[in-house]
Design a binder for this molecule. Sequence first.
Ligand SMILES: [Zn+2]
Length: 314
Amino acid sequence: MAFVDVLDQTGPCQQIRRALQQQTLAHGWLFIGPSGVGKRQTALALAQSLFCASPRQLADGLVDSCGGCRSCRHLATSNHPDLQFITAAADKTQIVVEQIRAANQFLAMTAMEGNWKVVLIDDAAAMNESAANALLKTLEEPSPQSLLILLTTTPGRLLPTLRSRCQQLRFSPLSTATLVHLLEHQTSVDQETRQQAAQLAEGSIARALTLCQPELVSVRDELMTDLAAIATQPLAVLCDMAEKWSERERFQQTLLLLRAWLRHNWQQRPVSRHWLDYSSWLEQINRTAIIYNLNRQLVLETAFIRLQRLLQVN
Ligand SMILES: [Zn+2]
């Protein structure tokens, strides 16, 4: 993954490439932004540029990796000995202190192929308190030629001291055109489905791909029909809807689609404070409903009733 392959993130990429050129690279980086917009790809492009044996200069005067040397090829096959990924284990929700200690040891070792060791932590907000404290020590006393890249969608959940010790970069949602382009290469769905998924995905390729899954396409059409009639439905119908959509395997998809629907409809209406309140409430619910095991039916009843009021006053 080279910087030229990262789509729509010119700002963050240029900032990193300038730091590479001027040799003013921070030891710790914090990439902030929604999921599926290219944070991980940018982190890989940064690692590849550091490892590359023959970096090339692009038209803008800044360097990028060559893509052809042994290090670049190793990185492309996720097989580079100087790069380590840290994520929560498959059966866990948290990154634990042992993982961070192992990463610290890894960073202190001599590089195998080049001069640098890189650790990528995704999602940094999944670190528990002792893990975050262990990482803080590393950031305070970094090994030479070592780099830590933290990715997160929720910077507010990180220790402020951790945030302040990293160079922060913000990533924006991808454009609809970019999403359509990516979906063309990564899915076999028809053009209309691609276009709709791209419009509903809030700039995230991960979300756009989910929206293209065949089972979600039919669910989406059914939910869209329900939502289109919601403004005038009696309370009993809203409760029935909540019951239907709160089934365990449907619930998360429903929240995703509801947010997507809201965003799409929002574009055609004047922005009001009520819309903003509802949208941020929905986002919060989306984050907390699973973690805190909220009553799914009650959550959706509230969501549908609030949405109906919103449509009636706007
Ligand atoms: Zn190379």
